[in-house]
Ligand binder design. Structure first.
Ligand SMILES: [Fe+2]
Ligand SMILES: [Fe+2]
Length: 192
């Protein structure tokens, strides 16, 4: 992570070992958690915006109507996630700012590689489901943690907003599993 938060924290860890306390420029406790919370919000804000750009190619590459519909619907929901994150930034008095999320950049790259290396049809659809479920799981982990942080910090309104997005990510994951189980995996085998 190039943005200094973790570097700062490493130093803080060293200092903590030396004197049992965090230095005044290396916040621990509530202030440290608030910084981590803000850092992660910026990370997922970048990720959601990147997904808005990436999902249309997945829709174009998908063959199954069910999958295309699920992805299109999730694209619209993803736009709402960006708006909700802006609300959260505003609630905690922080500027809505995106910091590159290397993990999401990698997951999107993986999705692109899968689409390039598979035949259009059921196999590519299965690959798109695989790649997008990895994305959803990353988002579920992130929003679950952000909700917990918000509650710990007493930011209950922010927690409710993040919870709403967490629910959408879980719904998308379940929907993708249903599509995969209903026909794609079987069809991919039958096409051999
Ligand atoms: Fe999202
Ligand atoms: Fe999502």
């Amino acid at each position: 992570m190039e943005n200094g938060y973790f570097k700062k924290n490493e130093q803080s860890g060293t200092q903590k070992q030396a004197n049992g306390n965090t230095g005044k420029t290396k916040p621990g406790g509530a202030q440290g958690l608030r910084e981590l919370f803000t850092h992660e919000l910026k990370d997922i804000y970048w990720a959601e915006n990147a997904l808005i750009k990436a999902i249309p190619a997945m829709v174009k590459n998908a063959t199954s109507d069910e999958l295309r519909e699920a992805l299109s619907k999730h694209l619209e929901v993803t736009k709402e996630h960006v708006t909700r994150l802006e609300e959260v930034f505003s609630i905690i008095n922080e500027k809505a700012e995106a910091k590159k999320c290397e993990a999401m950049a990698g997951l999107i790259k993986e999705a692109e590689d899968i689409m390039e290396s598979t035949e259009k049809g059921m196999v590519r659809d299965a690959g798109i489901i695989l790649a997008t479920q990895k994305v959803e799981h990353y988002e579920i982990a992130t929003y679950g943690t952000l909700c917990a942080f918000a509650k710990t910090l007493g930011e209950h309104k922010a927690a409710d907003i993040l919870q709403e997005t967490l629910r959408n990510e879980r719904e998308a994951d379940v929907r993708l599993s249903e599509i995969a189980e209903s026909f794609i995996n079987e069809e991919a085998m039958a096409a051999e």
